[in-house]
Design a protein around this ligand. Structure first.
Ligand code: UT7
Length: 321
């Protein structure tokens, strides 16, 4: 038994903040942001709009595309690092709103790799017969933990949610998922405020995303090269077999490096960072949904999804769509 993607969806806040808008907020320029990151604009949640709101919107769109109702859903997993509450988890909130009561619902906290981690878990449940219709969501409101006075981070992030419905199939489907992590790098990209840990005397780090961008960049490029090689080798595939690369949307230069490794022209890479910025766990499912809905991604094609983020965590998934 395999799992296959039966439908995709996304939900973005209405408000768009352009690079030009940010020129009035911090000492930056549209030119710097575009040339260093590829980002042109990002969506930012309205006051009171939460990660669960966006997750619900993406879930409803994916369910409509898959032709399933709440009664069909028997498994919900959400990748997020910006939950509405510590608990209940975002999956439970979405489950209640959809009226899919009773099925397991939980969140996975793996930063930008959260959706790939969630997809991998749901895939294994379906493949083993433990679920028959899974909702897999990546959803974030990173704007809530962004320091809007720090030009090195605030120009990068955005809010949004993407989702897929996974169903059983006799043919793959999801061919393989590959996950990894290395907590030794945790100081390069982190948010210092949790529930259990208290600030130590003298610590000044505020409740925001802290990132040593340049160092993260280097490890991201190397790790993503390794994981795409590993994914192809595990499936005995040549690089030319991949129809679409659907990468985490952190930086155009990181994406270009991965595409070069795959010997792929950028025309075969789904890019949304110009419109969405870096939306962490939401970026890969939103990019998938964009390319499905605009007709680029077709049934039967081979897709390589990958992500890298805080932890560090990373992951990839090879999918016959
Ligand atoms: O999604 C999870 C994983 N995250 C990532 O993968 C992000 C990885 N890192 C990156 O994407 C890039 O490192 C950044 C986009 C964050 C930064 O680009 P960079 O080319 O590594 O720039 P930098 O940090 O080396 O900074 C270069 C210069 C510095 O000025 P000096 O010291 O050379 O005078 C910065 O102060 O650019 C300056 N700078 C800015 N200038 C204008 C930093 N941010 C800005 C800004 N506007 N927004």
């Amino acid at each position: 038994m395999y799992s296959r993607i039966a439908g995709t969806g996304r939900c973005l806040p209405e408000r768009v903040v352009t690079n030009a808008d940010l020129e009035h907020v911090v000492d930056t320029t549209d030119e710097w942001i575009r040339s260093r990151t590829g980002i042109e604009r990002r969506h930012i949640a309205a006051d009171g709009q939460t990660t669960a709101d966006l997750a619900e919107g993406a879930a409803r769109a994916a369910m409509a595309a898959a032709g399933v109702t709440a009664a069909d859903i028997d498994f919900i997993v959400v990748g997020t690092t910006t939950p509405d509450y510590v608990f209940p988890n975002v999956g439970c909130i979405v489950q209640d709103r959809l009226g899919a009561h009773g099925c397991p619902a939980f969140s996975v906290e793996a930063a930008c790799s959260g959706f790939i981690y969630a997809l991998s878990i749901a895939d294994r449940f379906i493949a083993s017969g433990g679920a028959r219709c899974a909702l897999v969501i990546g959803a974030e409101t990173l704007s809530r933990m962004t320091d809007w006075s720090d030009r090195t981070t605030c120009v990068l992030f955005g809010d949004g949610a993407g989702a897929v419905v996974l169903k059983p199939a006799e043919e793959p489907g999801i061919l393989s998922c590959h996950l990894g992590a290395d907590g030794a790098y945790r100081d390069l990209l982190y948010h210092p405020y949790g529930v259990s840990r208290q600030q130590r005397p003298g610590e000044t780090a505020g409740p925001y995303i802290h990132m040593k961008g340049n160092e993260v960049f280097k490890v991201a490029v190397k790790t993503l090269e390794t994981i795409v090689d590993e994914t192809l080798a595990a499936n005995h595939l040549e690089r030319s077999a991949i129809d679409w690369l659907i990468p985490h949307q952190a930086n155009i230069r990181i994406i270009q490096a991965t595409a070069r490794r795959l010997d792929m022209p950028l025309e075969k890479v789904v890019l949304t960072l110009q419109d969405h910025g870096n939306t962490s766990a939401a970026s890969v499912p939103m990019a998938l949904d964009v390319a499905v809905r605009d007709g680029r991604v077709q049934r039967g094609q081979l897709l390589l999804l990958e992500a890298f983020g805080g932890g560090f965590t990373w992951g990839s998934s090879l999918i016959r769509f």
